[in-house]
Design a protein around this ligand. Structure first.
Ligand code: ARG
Length: 481
């Protein structure tokens, strides 16, 4: 069989090998083969149902597409580099199986709406998988947070001791960041889950097709509204790339803490051996390489996002080949975010926290100074004045190498007569942590509320994502049945 481009008829000669290599998208879109066949199955079924194609031909094509799908799933579909993309390869294979009627499949569609449909199907699966990865990590964070709701550690601003918090509270901060990421992904899913198939090249088609039916067969929520828009934009890819970016950012921040906390200067964390590496020269070393790699891989997500933004800038309507550049970097970014989530979950569920060390470090840095000022406010002193009185105490303590709690009541009273015996209890770090019970605060009962609320959101989202996955699977079953 002649192996040539789908558009070769108009040309006297084919592309130069180097030109073909430059323009081929097979390296990236071969990952879409499954979706491409599914899209074709829906398309041909709709063409048969609407009478655009004779039903015999539609059935013949469907049967062959199912054979091709089995080959795709078994990794047996041979993709020919000399055919420029996955669409050409599959159509060629189809024609090899059924003969010239294979050529009917491309009625009322173009590769422009085809690729947009394929990539949307790919992305909605990826997005749901990332939501699932986030869920697992959030569950681990919540579980460990509940266990550590009473463990005091320093809270930082500017990486300087600020106020005492619980380790559980700190972990919940990460869990809520990831919760917004998951929410963003579900939003992105909603926009991705719209079907461009039948937009054809850019203006729709003269055939009496049923775009709603194609959308339904592929488990999309609806057909897209404007054919030109549908083939010309990739903001749905940007949505996914941006969502991946915020996940990667949040993981990089979490992993930065794991790296810092496992240094002897902090000593807050002991990574499990299975997530650590050694040194080829320094026998004593135990390095947090996996956390560093997750931190570093944010570069892939940032690269994908910026490359896509630049690719899209200033493109005229409608389809332009530039759009082919949407896949490689985005796919790599999503893949890296998925594995980074799994690695981070693995690290967090296996590491051990040195809570005694965290407690010990909380005694440094006048972490209870705000509480002493608040105490004076409680006695009727304006906050600004209280701030100054405590600052004076801190200044003198620094000079003397003491902590606030080392001062006697008499010494404390030299800063303000309002200080009484009960101040000594209030500046104990456990007490400082427990007393921050405003909504969203670090007090153990607040952390318990946060854990319950976050878990509740995670579970609701898991059901929504599972439901979306089930609908997609049901569509596949129906198409293949
Ligand atoms: N490989 C192309 C892409 O990813 C598929 C669409 C090709 N369309 C075209 N008119 N050349 O965008």
């Amino acid at each position: 069989m002649d192996r040539k481009a789908l558009w070769s008829g108009r040309f006297e000669k084919g592309m130069d090998k180097s030109v073909l290599a430059f323009s081929s998208s097979l390296e990236d879109d071969s990952a879409l083969a499954f979706y491409d066949v599914m899209g074709s199955l829906a398309h041909v079924r709709m063409l048969g149902e609407t009478g655009v194609l004779p039903s015999d031909d539609a059935q013949l094509i469907s049967g062959a597409l199912k054979t091709i799908l089995r080959d795709v799933e078994d990794g047996r579909l041979e993709l020919d580099d000399s055919l420029e993309d996955v669409h050409t390869n599959i159509e060629q294979r189809l024609t090899e199986i059924v003969g010239p009627s294979g050529g009917m499949l491309h009625t009322a569609r173009s590769r422009n709406d085809q690729i947009a449909t394929d990539f949307r199907m790919y992305l909605r699966d990826e997005v749901l998988e990332i939501v699932r990865g986030l869920s697992l990590l959030q569950r681990t964070l919540i579980k460990r947070a509940e266990e550590e709701a009473h463990s005091v550690m320093p809270g930082y601003t500017h990486l300087q001791h600020a106020q005492p918090v619980s380790l559980g509270f700190h972990l919940m901060a990460h869990a809520f960041r990831l919760d917004r990421d998951a929410e963003r992904l579900m939003e992105a899913f909603r926009r991705i889950n719209v079907c461009p198939l039948g937009s054809a090249a850019m203006a729709g088609t003269t055939y009496p097709i049923d775009r709603r039916r194609s959308a339904e067969l592929l488990a999309f929520s609806a057909p897209s509204d404007n054919a030109m828009d549908s083939v010309s934009d990739r903001d749905f890819v940007l949505d996914a790339a941006y969502c991946a970016m915020t996940v990667a950012l949040h993981l990089s921040s979490l992993c930065e803490e794991l790296v810092m906390w496992s240094s002897p200067e902090f000593g807050f964390v002991e990574m499990d051996d299975s997530y650590s590496t050694g040194s080829s020269i320094m026998p004593q070393k135990k390095n947090p390489d996996i956390a560093e790699l997750v931190r570093g891989r944010v570069g892939r997500a940032a690269g994908a996002l910026s490359s896509l933004l630049i690719t899209l800038k200033g493109l005229p309507m409608a389809y332009n080949r530039d759009l082919q550049e949407d896949k490689a970097t985005t796919m790599r970014s999503l893949d890296s975010v998925r594995s980074s989530l799994a690695m981070t979950e693995g690290m967090l569920s296996t590491l051990s926290f040195d809570t005694a060390r965290m407690r010990e470090m909380s005694d440094n840095g006048f972490i209870n100074a705000t509480d002493l000022a608040d105490y004076l406010v409680g006695k009727g002193m304006p906050f600004r004045q209280a701030h100054e009185a405590v600052a004076a105490a801190v200044r003198e303590c620094i000079a003397a190498g003491l902590r606030l709690e080392d001062l006697s009541l008499q010494q404390l009273r030299s800063y303000s007569e309002m200080i009484d015996e009960d101040a000594l209890d209030i500046i104990g770090v456990e007490e400082c942590m427990r007393r921050r019970s405003s909504y969203g605060g670090t007090a153990p009962q607040c952390v318990a509320v946060q854990a319950t609320e976050c878990l509740d959101r995670v579970m609701r989202r898991e059901s929504a994502a599972d439901e979306a996955m089930r609908r997609i699977d049901a569509a596949w079953e129906h198409l293949l049945g």
